[in-house]
Design a protein around this ligand. Structure first.
Ligand SMILES: Cc1cc2nc3c(=O)[nH]c(=O)nc-3n(C[C@H](O)[C@H](O)[C@H](O)COP(=O)(O)O)c2cc1C
Length: 199
């Protein structure tokens, strides 16, 4: 069995909806399962601290989830062309795994949502790959054999799945964006299973 960690941060729900589709893509592959996890908000000393257990939705990730997964799908909203601080904060706390080389050789893929069409999806996806490369992970994108990649007029990139949510963050995930989320989850699960097969 290959368990894929689908780890995301989402404030408005767009990236969470994408995470669910990616998990569906993972679970379309026999022998693969998805574990959905999120990260807490980053709060300052003068804010109310974030609860240690989320009031609703997916549980917060633990380092053990990363260590034990067979593959990782990492999702964040675009914030000024980059990943959101809570996801970066979580990744900055993974040094103990880096020291052990715990993620070396595991497959990974990234996904994001933006407000606007040219608002930095690709820069966000590429910057999310950087810490994963430092961890020694094997990055997967989306191949152009996916018909939705050429057909989309909104999100969907060779660097990973994406969604254009609009200025009010209320545009539904398009048919092509959805298909590419499913394809990315499926590709990640299939790759994780292949990597588990002895040579
Ligand atoms: C602080 C902040 C910065 C943002 N920066 C960008 C940006 O650079 N480009 C863009 O297109 N959208 C930007 N957005 C919009 C979000 O990326 C967009 O609403 C996204 O769909 C939110 O995902 P979520 O619903 O999962 O939280 C920004 C939103 C916030 C709150």
């Amino acid at each position: 069995m290959a368990e894929i960690l689908v780890l995301y941060y989402s404030q408005g729900g767009a990236v969470r909806d994408m995470a669910k589709l990616i998990a569906r893509g993972v679970e379309s592959v026999p022998g693969a399962s998805a574990r959905l996890r999120t990260v807490p908000k980053v709060v300052t000393a003068i804010d109310n601290p974030a609860p240690s257990i989320p009031a609703s939705g997916d549980p917060y990730v633990e380092l053990a989830d990363l260590e034990s997964c067979a593959g990782l799908a990492l999702g964040s909203p675009t914030r000024f062309g980059n990943m959101a601080a809570p996801m970066k904060y979580f990744l900055d706390g993974t040094t103990s795994l880096w020291l052990k080389g715990a993620l070396i050789g595991k497959p990974a893929a990234v996904f994001t949502s933006t407000g606007s069409m040219h608002g930095g999806q690709e820069s966000t996806l590429l910057s999310m790959m950087l810490p994963l490369l430092h961890h020694g992970m094997l990055l997967l994108g989306l191949p152009y054999s996916e018909p939705s990649l050429a057909a989309t007029s909104t999100g969907g990139t060779p660097y990973g799945a994406s969604h254009v949510a609009g200025a009010l963050n209320d545009r539904p995930i398009s048919a092509e964006e959805k298909q590419l989320c499913l394809a990315l989850g499926k590709r990640l699960a299939e790759t994780a299973l292949r990597l588990q097969t002895p040579l």
